[in-house]
Design a protein around this ligand. Structure first.
Ligand SMILES: [Mg+2]
Ligand SMILES: [Zn+2]
Length: 175
């Protein structure tokens, strides 16, 4: 199985910091088309997201789940199915094994799905996303940010730019 691992805040939705409510959840431009491209290439989608706002007490695990259900429904309406949403609810000082760049969430996915990391991808907007991919040996990485990331295979200024690039270069999406 080929997996596309997705960070959430800054990739799926605009990152206003600790987004926990539907009213604050705005999908990034191009994300639906970007994901549909990977689906058309046979990829299964997994979200891996640090949600330290839970551990810090900014919002509850239930708030997160309500928002997640709504997000998944919105994706479904756009013919996008998310296989699983993995999240780390811990604050950094809890020293858990799931907070990115630790690989706990990827280990969880590997325990359930026969994922081939060599043909899998990770997209994120933080160094911890790219380091997660490195630590877990996810072969292909896309960084979204103002500057390119030295360890990422691809860097783009926005998800919309990534979408345009891969639409024009579909053959780059391979295992
Ligand atoms: Mg992010
Ligand atoms: Zn954790």
């Amino acid at each position: 199985m080929r997996a596309l691992f997705l960070d959430r805040d800054g990739i799926i939705n605009r990152d206003y910091g600790y987004v926990s409510k539907i009213e604050k959840f705005v999908f990034t431009d191009g994300i639906f088309e970007f994901l549909q491209l990977f689906i058309s290439k046979g990829y299964t989608l997994f979200i891996v997201t640090n949600q330290s706002g839970i551990g810090r007490g900014y919002y509850s695990e239930d708030d997160f789940k309500v928002l997640t259900q709504w997000m998944i429904r919105s994706f479904k309406e756009n013919n996008i199915s998310i296989e699983e949403v993995y999240y780390c609810p811990h604050a950094p000082e809890q020293n858990c094994k799931c907070r990115k760049p630790s690989i706990g969430m990827i280990t969880q996915a590997l325990n359930t799905y026969p994922i081939d990391l060599e043909s899998s991808w990770m997209i994120g907007d933080k160094d911890s996303d790219i380091m997660l991919a490195r630590n877990a040996t996810i072969a292909h990485t896309i960084f979204i940010g103002e500057e390119s990331h030295p360890n990422a295979l691809f860097s783009f200024g926005s998800v919309a730019e990534a979408k345009i690039y891969f639409e024009l270069n579909k053959e780059k999406i391979h295992g």
